[in-house]
Structures are given as structure tokens and as C-alpha cells.
Design a binder for this molecule. Structure first.
Ligand SMILES: [Fe+2]
Ligand SMILES: [Fe+2]
Length: 349
């Protein structure tokens, strides 16, 4: 049985972590890698650290909410080391960090796989054209497609406070989408690299600094006066998981096909979702500047999705292992997104 405790440390962090080992390790992340390894590797604490993470993962798997939060919070903190430029020395490169990341990732992948019907994804059609249609109908028949959070709640009921909450949680992916694409393209070539490059250039506002998508997303963050502290410390377990899964599939070359499936779902579902956000924004008569990001993506992501299916998914789909991995990544995204939406809908109502 874990004891959840709340604490505010010197960095102003105010979160509930279920395990003392996680609490202690987060405190080490602002120390140089060599110091961390002197304590955990040379100090003989590495096996204990990894064992504690595995035990945490086991509790998370069995439905312990505090453990699930701690697991994803910790993974998110560890990913920050390789996703943000540091202002002071930090633990990036530490052997202990790598060992802990691997354990948290393996447990996360195991849990995402547990939702998937592996026979179903092994039986996808062999023809690339048919595979694309099959993948689309797989997602179309998933409960994430036209989830009531968007089509009922967001469209007709959401208040400005609900929109604020939504933007905060969505920031785990939208606020760094360009870096995810940049990670994904490493090692690709030909039409695939070109498609990622073209998508990336759109993210860069086609060269206009004020049109860069993360800059446009910042307008809605500014509208709601969401602070950096909130962005770092107020994400729910499923929002953290959504952000971590995106990093996980993009940082490993061996998960490239999963990343392709993951991104296909993200781009394909965005236009319909964002149309509901735009409807809510206008219903509430909020200032137009704040909604530019979402309004723009209704068109742009429809284009990104069709180009992605044609230029990235289809060329890969001749290979059975790639087909399974694309469907796996697509379902990781669809399942985690559905659970996230269930949670946010529950909370909001
Ligand atoms: Fe974008
Ligand atoms: Fe896009």
C-alpha cells in the first residue's frame, strides 16, 4: 500500500508522488550526471532504483491511481532532460536516468499493449491501399472517434474555465509538436523524409516567425494566463501519458512505425475536434486571437493527414511487421486519447 503525500519543494513543485524513491530521484535531476551516478551507480543503489520503478509499475498496472500518476510524472520529468535546453547542469546522460527511463517505458508499453487486440492487428490486409482503408475504419469504429467530449461537451456545454482546463492538458503534445516531428525524421529518407519536412515547415509557419504553430498555440495559453508552473505541474495522469507516449514513439528508431501510426491518428482526428473547439469559442464570444491555432489546424491537419496516409503510411505498408507496428501505434494513441477524454469529461461534468 503506498502512501501519497503532498509536498512543495524549493523549486515550487507541488505534486503528489506515491513513492519516496520517485520523490528523491526528481530532486537529483538538477544535479550533474556524474553526481547522480556516483550516488546511484557507484553507490550501489541502481538495482533498488529500477526495482522500485518496477514495483510502482506493477501497482499502476493494477489500477492504483497514485502509482500511475507518479509513474507518468516521473517519466515526463526524465524526458524533459532530453527535450529541453538546460539552463544549468543536469542529470542528462546519467546511467541511472537511462536505467530508470527504460523501466518506466517498458511498463508503459506493456500497459498500452494490454488494451490492444493483437490478433486483429496481425490480420490487416496485405495490399497497401487496402491497409490504409482498414486502418481508417479501425479508428473510425473506435470510441475515440467523435467522442462525446468533443461533440457534446466541448461544442455545447464547455465554459471558459473548461476551455482553460482543456488547453492546459493538451499542452503536453501541442506545445512541442515541432520537436516531435524533428525527432521522428532522424534516419528516414526519400518521400518519407520529404513528407515530414513539409509537415515540419508548416509547423515553422512556412518561415514566418509569427506563424510558427507553437507561437500560435501560445496565444491561447496567454489568453487564459496559464503559467509555466501550471504547464509543468498541473497535468493529469492521462495528459502526462499522452505527452510521454508521443515522446516515446518519436525518440526510438525502433518505434518509427508506431510513431507513424500515432501521428496518423493525431493528424486525422484533429480537424473534427478543433472544429468543436472553434464552435465553443464563438459560442462564448471569446477574442479571435486565442483560437487561431485551432482554426488554422482544421484545414492544415486535414491536409497533413491525407498526405501522411499517402506518402508515409502507404509506402511502409508492404511489410507485415510495419503494418502491425503502425496499427499498434495508432491504437496506443486512440486508446490513450479515449481514456484521457473519458477522464476530462467526467471531471468537467
Ligand atoms: Fe501544427
Ligand atoms: Fe499537423
Amino acid at each position: 500500500m503506498s502512501v501519497a503525500f503532498e509536498l512543495t519543494n524549493t523549486s515550487g513543485r507541488s505534486v503528489k508522488l506515491a513513492d519516496a524513491f520517485a520523490e528523491e530521484f526528481v530532486g537529483w535531476l538538477a544535479r550533474p550526471a556524474d553526481e547522480v551516478d556516483a550516488e546511484y551507480v557507484d553507490g550501489g543503489r541502481l538495482l533498488d532504483l529500477v526495482g522500485s520503478a518496477a514495483a510502482l509499475g506493477e501497482r499502476a498496472r493494477r489500477g492504483d491511481q497514485a502509482a500511475a500518476f507518479t509513474q507518468q510524472y516521473l517519466l515526463g520529468k526524465l524526458y524533459e532532460l532530453s527535450m529541453q535546453l538546460p539552463s544549468t547542469p543536469n542529470a542528462e546522460g546519467s546511467v541511472a536516468v537511462q536505467a530508470l527511463v527504460r523501466q518506466l517505458e517498458k511498463d508503459t508499453v506493456r500497459d498500452q499493449d494490454s488494451y490492444i487486440d493483437h490478433e486483429l492487428i496481425s490480420a490487416s490486409p496485405e495490399s497497401p491501399d487496402e491497409f490504409v482503408s482498414w486502418l481508417k475504419s479501425l479508428i473510425r469504429s473506435h470510441r475515440v472517434f467523435k467522442h462525446p467530449y468533443w461533440h457534446e461537451f466541448m461544442r455545447n456545454e464547455a465554459t471558459p474555465a473548461d476551455l482553460r482546463h482543456f488547453v492546459l492538458q493538451e499542452s503536453s503534445v501541442d506545445a512541442r509538436f515541432d520537436d516531435l516531428l524533428a525527432l521522428m525524421q532522424v534516419g528516414t529518407d526519400g518521400a518519407t523524409k520529404m513528407e515530414i519536412a513539409s509537415n515540419y515547415w508548416d509547423e515553422m509557419g512556412n518561415g514566418q516567425p509569427e506563424q510558427v504553430h507553437t507561437v500560435l498555440f501560445q496565444h491561447i495559453i496567454d489568453h487564459f494566463e496559464i503559467t509555466d508552473q501550471e504547464l509543468k505541474e498541473n497535468l493529469s495522469t492521462s495528459a502526462l501519458l499522452g505527452g510521454n507516449l508521443a515522446v516515446l514513439v518519436c525518440r526510438y528508431r525502433s518505434f518509427f512505425s508506431e510513431a507513424v501510426g500515432h501521428l496518423a491518428v493525431a493528424e486525422w482526428l484533429a480537424p473534427d475536434r478543433f472544429a468543436q473547439v472553434l464552435h465553443a469559442w464563438r459560442r462564448l464570444d471569446l477574442p479571435p486571437k486565442g483560437i487561431i491555432y485551432h482554426e488554422l489546424h482544421i484545414g492544415i491537419d486535414a491536409h497533413h493527414a491525407s498526405a501522411w496516409f499517402a506518402h508515409v503510411v502507404k509506402p511502409l505498408a508492404g511489410d507485415p511487421a510495419a503494418r502491425r507496428a503502425i496499427a499498434r501505434g495508432a491504437l496506443w494513441r486512440a486508446d490513450s486519447s479515449a481514456r484521457y477524454l473519458d477522464g476530462i469529461l467526467d471531471e468537467s461534468r
